[in-house]
Design a binder for this molecule. Structure first.
Ligand SMILES: [Zn+2]
Ligand SMILES: [Zn+2]
Length: 259
């Protein structure tokens, strides 16, 4: 069948008229040859569409956070300030060695805040150093305290958002997870937490219901990027209504009887 079709009638690439088209762009429908075929997040596009931020929304999201300081960096900065003050105190009291140790720790914290990549590793080594000091004889509490701090530092080391601040590559899966948490209808998640809070503070019940309804209206799975969390939006509304009913049945009569 296809052998009967003259070559001139076959679909050709929009950019390279000499090349036969192997596929069509999923967004604009233009014919693309093998060289022009661009895969983005599991779908096929022409090069122009692939570059659009709404098509490659994860890449656009990554670029907004690339090299931008995160809350982890600010937390490290706050701790560093305390360490610097401790270094000054030690110096004033004549404990030079101890002061130098604290100054070295301060330097790591400052470089971490400024985004120097080596400081990511150094920040892991700082609690290890201080925990070892505890083991050697400065006190068990030091060892336990800095052992726990090491876990915090390790969590920060692996954190997707913090990796983006240091311009360290992250997997598409990790990026999608972060995008899901921050951009994918966060109001629906807030509706659920307001809904749970409403069982303790009735004022949160109407807030949960309103947030739930707004979040539910935002759900659009066909949009690009898709907006989800329908289940959580509904859960927020149900929890808010449930809390209202419970408060009306038990809470308010209880207050009246007591009064
Ligand atoms: Zn296209
Ligand atoms: Zn082409």
């Amino acid at each position: 069948m296809s052998a009967d079709v003259p070559p001139s009638a076959l679909a050709r690439c929009a950019t390279h008229p000499d090349e036969l088209a192997g596929a069509t762009c999923q967004r604009c429908g233009v014919f693309v040859c093998g060289a022009c075929t661009t895969w983005v997040m599991g779908a096929l596009y022409c090069p122009a569409c692939a570059a659009r931020p709404e098509v490659n929304y994860l890449e656009a999201f990554r670029l907004t956070l690339w090299g931008k300081r995160d809350s982890g960096a600010w937390l490290v900065a706050g701790c560093t300030l305390l360490v610097a003050l401790a270094a000054v105190v030690e110096l004033l009291e004549g404990r030079v060695l101890s002061s130098l140790e604290l100054l070295a720790t301060t330097a790591v914290g400052v470089c971490f805040f400024l985004g120097a990549r080596w400081a990511r590793i150094a920040l892991l080594l700082v609690p290890v150093y201080w925990a070892l000091q505890g083991v050697i004889g400065r006190g068990v509490h030091l060892a336990i305290g800095f052992g726990l701090l090491f876990l915090g530092a390790l969590q920060l080391f692996l954190d997707t958002r913090n990796r983006l601040f240091f311009r360290v590559d992250v997997s598409e899966r990790a990026l999608r997870h972060l995008w899901d948490l921050r951009v994918n209808n966060p109001l629906a998640r807030q509706a659920v937490s307001f809904g749970v809070s409403a069982f303790f503070v009735p004022l949160f019940a109407p807030i949960a219901i309103v947030c739930g309804f707004i979040a539910l209206r935002r759900v659009d799975l066909k949009a690009r990027p898709p907006i989800g969390r329908r289940g959580q939006a509904i859960a927020g509304i149900v929890l808010g209504l449930g809390a209202l009913v419970l408060w009306a049945l038990f809470g308010i009569p209880f207050v009246i009887v007591r009064g």
